[in-house]
Design a protein around this ligand. Structure first.
Ligand code: NAP
Ligand code: G4F
Length: 324
């Protein structure tokens, strides 16, 4: 009998890659989707006939319990969140409700419907914030710098609390930034690659950015969903850092993207205070050695390959939409 997995956040970047990955492993895949006035399934439309979508919302306990009872999963991957850091200052209460309390709602639904379900929580390197140690590992203390980061710390600890209180197989994956051609346009990598492609095609004249000095450990989302799955295949639940171990400045990202289209970024990039944050996370770089040793996981796509892959994809997307 094939295993059954429920993915919350299946319409997001990671949800779409994870759904593909699990289908490839022979899973029966269910996805929780919230009601919106306009359907937003573009990232999963190519696999929509292979997955079962279940209505539900992380803000609504009843819908989560009904969803679990309906699909009876062996594994749940909780990827749903208000995931954009900048928005979390403008909507701090909403961010806490979805990204923090949503985790409790789901864990409690598991406890009542079937405590043998294995649970993955999408924790974040944003929890390290003003970093206490370089590189950051599973034991590094947290110092979140945004309402989003604070909400993720709550999600991480409630996962551990339910593991210890109710003996759930509940795991927290502390993932560093991971990107792809399916990344939302508001995140810096996609904003840069998409705008560089638009400038190259004569569709834009400038790229307005905030802080060019911050450093991130950027990997490829397609690599990172495999680590999520590996975590739930372990006999015991645990916490793992997933990262490349390399860090790059935003300016370097800009340079690689513009180099790839044969342009000098200095001619196009404008710094705009609107994109600066009330509190910044200056440097993130993870130590993925535990994931390497215990899960056998390692990243495949390098930083340069990732940025070029995203620029190429955006060039093609813009070209194809121009031809329509
Ligand atoms: P994403 O593209 O923003 O996707 C977020 C998903 O959550 C979407 O499917 C969204 O649905 C869903 N969602 C939001 N609010 C919901 C609600 N109230 N009820 C049900 N679903 C809701 O995020 P991502 O990059 O794939 O990241 C996946 C998870 O990993 C998130 O929890 C994120 O915080 C975490 N994470 C991401 C990274 C990274 O670098 N990507 C790193 C560490 C951790 P709609 O389509 O309806 O909006
Ligand atoms: O791409 P970002 O918005 O990602 P951020 O804030 O690191 O968060 C992402 O990664 C986290 C994991 O560490 C996830 F948990 C979270 O859900 C999300 O996926 O910003 C990256 C950096 C920041 O330092 C930001 O200040 O880029 C800087 N930046 C400079 N100009 C900009 C811009 N970021 C955005 N989004 N837009 C700009 O114009």
């Amino acid at each position: 009998m094939s295993k059954r997995a429920l993915i919350t956040g299946i319409t997001g970047q990671d949800g779409s890659y994870l759904a593909e990955f699990l289908l490839g492993k022979g899973y029966e895949v269910f996805g929780l989707v919230r009601r919106t006035s306009t359907i937003n399934f573009s990232r999963i439309e190519h696999i929509q006939d292979q997955v079962t979508l279940i209505p539900g919302d992380m803000l609504d306990q009843t819908s989560l319990q009904t969803a679990l009872a309906q699909c009876q999963p062996d594994e749940i991957y909780n990827l749903a969140a208000q995931s954009f850091v900048q928005t979390s200052w403008g909507q701090p209460v909403f961010t806490g409700d979805v990204t923090a309390l949503g985790v409790t709602r789901l864990l409690d639904a598991i406890r009542h419907v079937d405590p043998t379900i294995r649970f993955y929580q999408a924790s974040s390197s944003e929890m390290f914030g003003k970093v206490r140690e370089v590189p950051q590992r599973e034991t590094t203390p947290f110092y979140p710098r945004s309402p989003y980061g604070v909400a993720k710390v709550y999600g991480h600890w409630i996962t551990i609390n339910y593991r210890e209180s109710y003996n759930l197989h509940a795991t927290s994956g502390i993932l560093f930034n991971h990107e792809s051609p399916r990344r939302g346009m508001e995140f810096v990598t996609r904003k840069v690659t998409h705008t560089a492609a638009r400038i190259k095609l004569g569709m834009a004249k400038e790229l307005r950015l905030g802080n060019l000095d911050s450093q991130r450990d950027w990997g490829f989302a397609g690599d990172y969903v495999e680590a999520m799955w590996l975590m739930l295949q372990q006999e015991s639940p645990d916490d793992y850092v997933v990262a490349t171990g390399e860090t790059h400045r935003v300016e370097e990202l800009v340079q690689v993207a513009f180099d790839h289209v044969g342009l000098d970024w200095h001619d196009y990039v404008v710094q705009d205070p609107r994109f600066m944050r009330p509190a910044e996370v200056d440097l993130l770089v993870g130590d993925p050695s535990k994931a390497g040793e215990q899960l056998g996981w390692e990243p495949r796509v390098t930083f340069g390959e990732l940025v070029r892959m995203m620029v190429e994809s955006d060039l093609k997307l813009l070209h194809d939409s121009n031809c329509d």
